[in-house]
Write a protein that binds this ligand. Structure first.
Ligand SMILES: *[C@@H]1O[C@H](CO)[C@@H](O)[C@H](O)[C@H]1NC(C)=O
Ligand SMILES: *[C@@H]1O[C@H](CO)[C@@H](O)[C@H](O)[C@H]1NC(C)=O
Ligand SMILES: *[C@@H]1O[C@H](CO)[C@@H](O)[C@H](O)[C@H]1NC(C)=O
Ligand SMILES: *[C@@H]1O[C@H](CO)[C@@H](O)[C@H](O)[C@H]1NC(C)=O
Ligand SMILES: [Ca+2]
Ligand SMILES: [Ca+2]
Ligand SMILES: [Ca+2]
Length: 961
């Protein structure tokens, strides 16, 4: 399949421009998305500050992720905020690659109902995910639905109709989107170039009729009399009426309206975000954005709860208490606490909370029982911890037993790479195991975990940049300090290497002035080394504290900026890791030339291609002035390295090209400068390294996850394909999901050399699965001989079909006020009944959007779904806005006010006019039938073919496709 045609196609597409840029005056989907997120986030933080009686200072315009995080008192989570924005942008951009020909995703061809359906059903999934705190799933879906929402303003004539506000019914099902042109209604006249400004027919404009441009990259035919999208990709632009109406960039047919359309798209995006915020609540909304008050880090434990583990569990209790006691309320407080118990045959469920006390209780209620034979379900537990924790987390696995579920090895590796999460194993000797009734045979085996069992944990730890710490149960409390240290929000890795077998080697690393608490971790037995500080001091005087327990050594160093050296002299296997605390770190993603019609680059979500050239996007976090000067791919287990060429992309993004992606596993090492002043002398050299080891592959695994919603009880078929650029043969296939849902898939596929094969995974969620449940499916393909694997990680949201699209309504029962001129000495109060209607899902939450009085809610007696709300406030706070949310996240709002009007004479307190406003947001109700969109999906190579045959040249990327 990967024929000369595909190769030619790739070549052609390489002329496409890069995706992440801001071009000239035109605004991309990326910029529109970021601006709206920053804008809405600032509002949320301001409202929260206000509610807490704190001052709030708006950051200077234009906002940046950094400045907004600071304003939100969440400077420690600026990295995860940035990463969240990036992931939303990535999914937005991906719509142009995955759904290039689905008119509904772009509001082309007057596909208004289909477009709105994508937005509203996506919105339901986002709200359900947020309710279950599955924020990653929520972000991905958000990116996907923002694309059509934003395209509406570029591709329809909403702006030409001189609307001043976004179309808020695009986010509400069952409402009227507008007066949509009939299929037979002509909407445009011929135009060319400049005169396209006025190509929409006058009667369309006069009668306020909604239309959008027709678009096709393959066919020139379109509905008679209809406007085209226009632009070089659109073949319908040459069919009468010629020309187009898109506002994708300033040079488009309606480019003069580009800025207006883009600003409207920003406002519409803000509106949608506001709706999500209303349904989720302010704190959960910020969590979805990756912002938390304290650290951005999760505290995550996967704990073996089988019989022999009671000592270990006691140690976990201790460390948990000490972290919670010392960090709650500080900026190092974990953003979320995660616990996954595992046993045999059971594992899970995952427990996730932001409440430290609940977490303590959960750990306190763990008991050590059962487990049967020696091996336990450690990898199943770890899998759940990996999928359930935020990206870039650090997980601690406590066990004293080998894994029973070793078939999950490559799944766990895939998840480690994909989430860039660090996994540490705390392995306790099982010498003291007595509690089980076991036969003699097993008793023999129970002396100690054999080396090969431990090696699996060592390999996983090493690949993730973590440690496999092996100690006795009595030593365990001594090594738990590593948990406290690594839960510090600003932990960065300077250097990391593993050697097996060990070999004498000298490692150097640069320590910059921003680094605090420089620490070296070494694992291995009888590892000897010499440390040389920048001032030339040998081991000794630069070490402020050291500890050695089991196979694990910790050295705390006197932090001194400059070049350090550690000379390892050992021939025993070892791992070496140098960490510190600093605000400056980086994010990275491998890129590939996009297979979509618009060229550019797409982010690679799995292993990059081995042995060929490749590109990497690096983003510096925690500093607005840092630049990257050097990026190197360093083999994790050897000393080979590949240097890249670095191109600044503006902002904090750097694009790096490599002639060759190493075939051995490697880490990403960046070096750069942070100028914290104007003079060169004050610029600081720094180095950072990715903890995660990356593997490249000659296999490619792709899957069609365009339907990423699972209806309980209904099997979902997920098509996937496997390609190899190497030798053919029988490729083993595995598909594992973290929820243990039923699935079926072929155990192997046969590929020819350089060939590909397609198949499907069928996945079914049990009937009783809660809406918003997240399931992560990992599909892996293994080359013959097991030498090479690649994978794809897919996320699905379980969602019961939503039938409730209306928000709860308020009914004013009473309003009393005795407000006088001296407002501070008088009060007013009101009583409201909130209901969600007979067909509704019921009132879930009532909260204050505006007003600082006291709110009380109680279930109304005898009334179905009703909630009684009473509100009492000082007359100095005469307005109140209630936010009323139902169980599926439809958000309504009700405003009331007692305002003094027309009292000019200060003495006449008796004659006060009080206006009582009772506004409930209502939505026009109409029963527009929502029909599914017509899809014109083609294989990428097919439209490449058409480009070749038609001899189209590829223009630079459009801003809003
Ligand atoms: C910013 O957000 C607020 C509310 O979240 C919205 O009213 C306003 O229109 C947004 N500003 C822009 C420029 O979109
Ligand atoms: C827990 O900590 C307390 C004191 O902090 C100590 O006395 C106790 O031995 C510890 N227990 C374990 C199992 O680490
Ligand atoms: C490490 O450095 C020391 C001192 O410069 C040198 O004597 C030694 O040969 C080096 N070791 C290796 C393996 O390069
Ligand atoms: C560095 O470590 C010490 C002791 O481990 C701790 O007291 C201190 O708070 C740490 N410093 C920072 C900046 O976290
Ligand atoms: Ca056990
Ligand atoms: Ca067992
Ligand atoms: Ca409802």
């Amino acid at each position: 399949m990967m024929s000369w045609l595909a190769a030619l196609c790739l070549l052609l597409l390489q002329t496409g421009a890069l995706g992440f840029e801001i071009r000239g005056e035109s605004l991309t989907h990326q910029v529109i998305t970021e601006r709206a997120i920053l804008n809405t986030t600032v509002q949320v933080c301001r409202d929260l500050a206000k509610a807490e009686g704190k001052d709030f200072t708006f950051p200077p315009q234009p906002f940046t992720a950094e400045s907004v995080a600071v304003a939100c008192e969440a400077s420690k989570s600026s990295r995860s905020f940035q990463q969240s924005i990036r992931s939303i942008q990535k999914m937005n951009k991906r719509v142009d690659l995955r759904h290039a020909f689905d008119i509904s995703y772009h509001f082309d061809d007057e596909a208004f109902a289909g477009g709105r359906d994508i937005i509203t059903s996506g919105l339901s999934a986002i709200k359900a995910s947020n309710q279950q705190e599955n924020f990653e799933a929520a972000r991905e879906k958000l990116g996907e639905i923002l694309h059509p929402l934003q395209d509406f303003y570029s591709h329809s004539n909403w702006v030409e109709l001189e609307n001043k506000l976004p179309n808020s019914n695009l986010i509400r099902s069952g409402t009227s989107i507008g007066n949509i042109a009939d299929e037979s209604r002509e909407t445009c006249r011929n135009c060319d170039g400049e005169d396209c400004r006025n190509n929409i027919l006058e009667d369309i404009l006069r009668e306020n009729i909604l239309t959008s441009g027709y678009f096709s990259i393959l066919f020139s035919s379109k509905q008679k009399g209809k406007c085209s999208h226009g632009g070089k990709f659109d073949r319908t632009r040459k069919t009468e009426p010629t020309g187009g109406i898109n506002k994708d960039n300033v040079n488009s047919n309606h480019g003069h309206l580009h800025t207006k359309a883009a600003n409207m798209a920003i406002a519409a995006t803000s509106q949608l975000l506001e709706d999500i915020r209303g349904a989720a609540g302010d704190r959960p909304f910020l969590q979805m954005m990756g912002l938390s008050k304290g650290s951005s880090k999760a505290l995550c434990f996967a704990i073996d709860t089988t019989g022999s583990m009671s000592d270990d569990i006691a140690a976990v209790r201790n460390v948990t208490s000490s972290i919670i006691n010392s960090k709650v309320g500080t900026e190092d407080e974990p953003s979320v606490y995660i616990l996954v118990p595992f046993n045999d045959p059971d594992f899970g469920p995952l427990m996730r909370t932001t409440d430290p006390q609940l977490f303590k209780n959960a750990i306190n209620s763990l008991t050590a029982t059962g487990g049967g034979d020696l091996e336990e379900m450690s990898l199943s537990g770890l899998q759940l911890a990996l999928t359930g924790s935020p990206p870039n987390s650090e997980i601690f696995v406590f066990t004293d037993a080998p894994a029973k579920d070793t078939h999950l090895r490559s799944t766990v590796l895939a998840l480690i790479e994909q989430k860039k999460t660090v996994v540490n194993f705390m392995i306790t000797s099982i010498l003291s195991r007595r509690r089980r009734q076991i036969d003699n045979d097993q008793q023999q085996k129970l002396t100690r975990m054999v080396a090969s069992d431990v090696q699996l944990y060592r390999d996983l730890a090493q690949a993730s940049g973590g440690q496999a710490i092996e100690v006795t149960k009595s030593e365990l409390p001594e090594v738990t300090s590593i948990i406290t240290e690594s839960s510090s929000s600003s932990l960065v890795t300077l250097l990391q290497a593993a050697r097996n077998p060990g070999k004498a080697e000298n490692f150097t690393f640069t320590v910059d002035v921003t680094i605090r608490n420089l620490t070296i971790y070494i694992t291995g037995t009888a590892v000897t080394f010499t440390l040389v500080s920048p001032s030339g001091n040998m081991t000794g005087s630069s070490i402020t504290a050291s500890q050695s327990v089991g196979n694990f050594q910790t050295l705390q160093l006197k932090t001194q900026a400059g070049l350090w050296e550690i000379r390892m002299a050992s021939t025993n296997p070892y791992t070496l890791k140098v960490v510190g605390q600093s605000g400056i770190d980086f994010l990275f993603d491998f890129l590939e030339v996009s297979q979509g019609p618009f060229g550019g680059f797409d982010v690679i979500d799995n292993r990059p291609r081995a042995g060929v050239n490749g590109s990497l996007m690096v983003t510096v976090t925690g500093s607005d002035s840092a630049t990257v000067t050097e990026v190197t791919l360093v083999e994790s287990l050897g000393s080979g390295e590949v240097n890249g060429s670095v191109e600044a992309q503006g902002g904090r993004d750097f694009l790096v090209h490599f002639d060759r992606i190493p075939s051995q596993e490697f880490v990403v090492l960046i070096k750069g400068q942070n100028s914290n002043g104007s003079s060169k002398a004050s610029s600081v050299l720094f180095q950072r390294q990715s903890p995660t080891s990356i593997r490249a592959s000659t296999l490619t695994v792709t899957a069609d996850d365009s339907n990423n919603v699972l209806v309980p009880g209904t099997p979902l078929s997920v098509p996937f394909s496997v390609m190899t650029s190497g030798a053919g043969g029988t490729f083993n296939i595995q598909a594992n999901n973290d929820q243990g849902f039923a699935s079926s898939f072929p155990s192997s596929l046969i590929l020819e050399t350089g060939g590909s094969a397609n198949s499907t995974v069928n996945l079914t969620a049990p009937l009783n699965t809660a809406s918003g449940t997240d399931v992560t499916l990992t599909i892996e393909a293994e080359a013959p001989g097991g030498t090479d694997t690649n994978y794809i990680v897919l996320r699905f949201t379980v969602l019961e079909t939503v039938t409730d699209f209306t928000q709860p309504v308020c009914q004013l029962l009473s309003l009393q006020s005795n407000c006088s001129n001296n407002c501070s000495s008088s009060m007013w109060e009101l009583s409201v009944q909130v209901t969600d209607g007979a067909e509704g899902t019921g009132v879930d939450r009532v909260s204050l959007r505006q007003g600082n009085g006291a709110l009380n809610t109680s279930l109304a007696a005898g009334s179905e779904n009703g909630t009684l709300v009473s509100y009492r406030a000082s007359c100095c706070s005469p307005d109140v806005e209630l936010l009323v949310v139902d169980r599926v996240g439809n958000v309504g709002s009700c405003s009331y006010s007692v305002r003094e009007t027309t009292t000019n004479s200060p003495q006449t307190t008796a004659i006060t006019n009080t206006t009582i406003t009772n506004t409930t947001t209502t939505t026009p109700q109409s029963t527009t039938a929502v029909t599914s969109s017509s899809t014109r999906a083609f294989q990428p190579f097919l439209f490449c073919l058409s480009i070749v045959i038609l001899g189209l040249s590829l223009p630079p990327e459009m801003e809003m496709h």
